[in-house]
Design a protein around this ligand. Structure first.
Ligand code: NAD
Ligand code: DAU
Length: 334
């Protein structure tokens, strides 16, 4: 099979390519990534000389390039996106451009070159925010996105479904909860807190720390995407979640304990505007129809992840000390 992966130099996409080429070593992957601040070819060092892997630096919004690349492709797995909620609060222009128009460009290219299967990677944030005692999100939950990021992802999901209904494009969608693991850019909660502590710096907890997320190890997410690609029904959506609901305060305590620090390292900072209270995924459909469930429990996954950041300091120090450091200074005063 010949696959076009978009955003394969980012956190989940690079883990996906590493996973896929190890499992399906005869498949060929083209990785199309523009290398924004979040794209990092260091994530793909182990496969960069694999003859079945090709990297193309380019924009998913570039119709000419995308049309060229999809020739002879069997499957598009679409990860590329602007992915950080806080950045979408500051400005959502790039989010609309990449997440909405970029998805449209890929859909048109798939539509115009018959026989291409399209798998769209989406998020549980499209469903909005749950109260503490609300039932979890599932495939029937109405869309109610609350941040510019999630609104852009919701728009892309609707477009993908519209191309299925209107043009009979063979699509599937997966909506996943919060991922953690190796190669996650240190702007997201877990890698930011772990790397700050490894540098002896404080960790910025938003608001009262009571917001809840449903954490999934990135390898479990990618196994889920694999199951949906191989066994999912065309036109359908699948919700993937980790079954690990934790408040930000709980996660913070776990990380502090594992790294041997006390609560004095927490800096309570102003809350994210419009901060969604709780996300949680009901995985009944994927368990029943695809026999998928998360295998990595949070205890083991977070220990593994912290060890990875401890053992791969060059990876994140290069990011934090490079041109990106001005962002950290502005954002966190460090
Ligand atoms: P990321 O920010 O780490 O990586 C995004 C990648 O997309 C980067 O390599 C970037 O260079 C690339 N990219 C951005 N704009 C592009 C463009 N115009 N053309 C080509 N490449 C471009 O993101 P991530 O956390 O790996 O998320 C990947 C996907 O998974 C996104 O679609 C996101 O919405 C979704 N998702 C993420 C999570 C999570 O917890 N991180 C959970 C559920 C769903
Ligand atoms: O739910 C899936 C989503 O998870 C993905 O679609 C997004 O791409 C991904 O970024 C993630 O979104 P969140 O906003 O939930 O992740 P983030 O790591 O930014 O924040 C997790 C929680 O931690 C959230 O409640 C905000 C809080 N937080 C975050 C940061 C960066 C803090 O308290 N302090 C921080 O410095």
């Amino acid at each position: 099979m010949k696959i076009l992966v978009t955003g394969g130099a980012g956190f989940i996409g690079s883990n996906f390519i590493n996973y896929w080429l190890e499992k399906y070593s005869n498949d060929k992957i083209i990785n199309l990534d523009i290398l924004t601040y979040a794209g990092n070819l260091d994530n793909l060092k182990t496969i960069e000389s694999n003859p079945n892997y090709t990297f193309v630096k380019g924009d998913i919004c570039d119709e000419r390039l995308v049309n060229e690349l999809v020739k002879n492709i069997d499957l598009i797995v679409h990860f590329a996106a602007e992915s950080h909620v806080d950045r979408s609060v500051v400005s959502c222009e790039d989010f609309i451009r990449t997440n909405v128009n970029g998805t449209r460009v890929l859909l048109d290219a798939a539509k115009n070159n018959k026989g291409i299967r399209f798998h769209h990677i989406s998020t549980d944030e499209v469903f909005g925010s749950l109260g503490f005692s609300d039932p979890k999100f599932n495939e029937f939950t109405p869309y109610n996105p609350k941040s510019p990021y999630s609104a852009s992802k919701a728009a892309s999901d609707h477009l993908v479904r519209a191309y299925f209904h209107t043009h009979k494009l063979p699509i599937t969608i997966s909506n996943c909860s919060n991922n953690y693991g190796e190669y996650q850019f240190p702007e997201k909660l877990i890698p930011l807190f772990v790397t700050n502590l490894l540098e002896g710096k404080k960790i910025p907890l938003y608001g009262d720390g009571k917001n809840v997320r449903d954490w999934i190890y990135v390898g479990d997410h990618n196994r889920g995407v694999d199951c949906v690609i191989r066994k999912g029904r065309i036109g359908e959506t699948y919700c993937l979640g980790g079954g690990n609901e934790l408040s930000n305060s709980e996660i913070t305590s776990i990380i502090l304990n594992l790294l041997g620090f006390g609560e004095e390292m927490i800096e309570y900072v102003s809350d994210r505007p419009g901060h969604d209270l709780r996300y949680a995924i009901d995985i009944t459909k994927v368990e029943r129809d695809l026999n998928w469930y998360p295998e990595v429990d949070f205890d083991a996954g977070i220990k593994h992840t912290i060890n990875w950041y401890k053992n791969n300091k060059e990876w994140w120090q290069k990011i934090k000390s490079g041109e990106y450091r001005n962002y950290y200074r502005r954002q966190y005063g460090t």
